[in-house]
Design a protein around this ligand. Structure first.
Ligand code: NI
Length: 181
């Protein structure tokens, strides 16, 4: 198991479309295990493979309540089959968009389909936090971040802050490696 580095916005590879998984092999199981470990280490509730720079349609999630035991889920090739007309608004955050939480409106009820690590297909109906998380993670597989659902002004403000933070971090790094005279 390994903790993988998480890409943060703005990053061109977070906007890439991920490929469907065709091989249900040991490498896929290892990727899912590493993604779960990475998600737990970052205190996230969901993580999509492109966030760790793997452009395959794999998502991990754990939506258990604090007083419940962990309930890791591995979703291969997940998709929304049907979305209800009713919408719900929930505050969302993302491991690839640090320190940003904004309300996003999405369908409140979705029917989803996915495969497990053995390649067996499952279909489920989701509501509440689960419906939000599924849609948020499937968006990642299509190169879409939750901030892309916000109005332009809010989105730009978040992205500009992240650009500035990356610039400052890079400068600090450059200074650290410069040999002292
Ligand atoms: Ni996310």
């Amino acid at each position: 198991m390994a903790i993988l580095p998480i890409l943060t916005a703005p990053h061109p590879r977070l906007t890439k479309m991920s490929r469907p998984v065709e091989r249900f092999d040991r490498a896929l199981a290892e990727l899912a295990e590493n993604m779960l470990e990475t998600m737990y280490a970052a205190n996230g509730i969901g993580l999509a493979a492109p966030q760790v720079d793997v452009h395959q349609r794999v998502v991990v999630m754990d939506l258990h309540q604090e007083d419940e035991p962990p309930a890791p889920q591995i979703l291969v090739n997940p998709e929304v089959l049907q979305a209800g007309a009713e919408t719900a608004t929930m505050s969302e955050g993302c491991l690839s968009v640090p320190e940003a939480y904004e309300e996003v409106e999405r369908p409140a009820r979705v029917t989803v389909r996915y495969q497990d690590l053995a390649g067996v297909t499952h279909t489920r109906e989701c509501t509440g936090l689960e419906a939000v998380c599924w849609q948020h993670e499937i968006d990642h597989l299509d190169g879409v971040l939750f901030v892309d659902h916000l109005n332009r002004l809010k989105r730009d403000r978040i992205i500009q802050r992240l650009v500035k933070e990356k610039r400052l971090a890079r400068r600090a790094r450059d200074r650290a490696v410069r040999p002292a005279a």
